[in-house]
Design a protein around this ligand. Sequence first.
Ligand code: 13P
Ligand code: SF4
Length: 329
Amino acid sequence: MDIANEIKKNTNEIFEKISRVIPEIEWNFHAPFIHKINKLKKEKNAIILAHNYQTPEIYHGIADLAADSLALAVEASKTKADIIVMCGVHFMAETAKLMSPQKKILLPDMMAGCSLSSSITGKEVRLLKEKYPGVPVVSYVNTSADVKAETDVCCTSANAVKVVESLGVKKVIFLPDEYLAKYVASQTKVEIISWKGTCIVHEKFTANEINEVKKNNPGIKIIAHPECPPDVIKASDFTGSTTGMINYVNKNQPKKVMMVTECSMSDNVEVENPNVQFIKPCNLCPHMKKITLPKILECLEKESNEIIIPNNQMLKARNSVERMIKIGR
Ligand code: 13P
Ligand code: SF4
């Protein structure tokens, strides 16, 4: 079989699935990469983990698991693969390394960062602990290993309230997302001391924008990520992690929905929900969008961009993630 036919044979099923969101002209560029990556990952016993914000050709074309940050951390702790390619951002790859220190963890673009993660350093957490002695630190996984090493327990948007309440204390330091902290504070009696970090994607949404969409689309369901500002969450019908948002659509099959989050989410979920109409005002995450098929192929071929965590951070940072995984969703 010539190579063009081999590519077609091995990728046609994927194209049929995602042709609603990817035009054929674009697909002709993606297909050879998808074919090569899927072949190579088998040869190398590699697994590809992708965050829900990855583009449809990655999410539906090559990912062994596409999920929210919590599920990615759990999968990284139990996979039998030798190599994990993290299609997501740097803190996700670091978290995978913490959970699988013996494995090779690769990130296709080392510059794929996160505004939340870069909003705070380990040193700043130490200063906060001095200011509030004895108050436990809960950090969002969207932080560096340096910050996780100063943290008692991590959380994600899927379990933040549960993690905070699991500590059985009156007050916690909750880092670094100011809006997630406000959301958690609205759901619990525990006093929350917050930081000033924000997600550059979710902070841009406004209640005015949501109310305008509601006015123009009677009956629409608005589902928002908890990294959004409080008035946006208030104007929404449901709030949850990216996987929580996907589950909401899968289960409720609303006629019309708007996912108040990163752009690729709606494309990815639309593929599996042909009866739901998606209204798509969205904001792009420039970090997530740094991950592309050519970069994934190159990093898997060369086994480049390996994540290394300094020994002095490894054990402490790992403990804070392990503690979170034990608490669960
Ligand atoms: P979750 O997938 O955990 O909801 O996280 C959203 C996010 O912004 C990750 O960068
Ligand atoms: Fe960070 Fe926001 Fe991008 Fe997620 S969407 S990686 S929280 S900047």
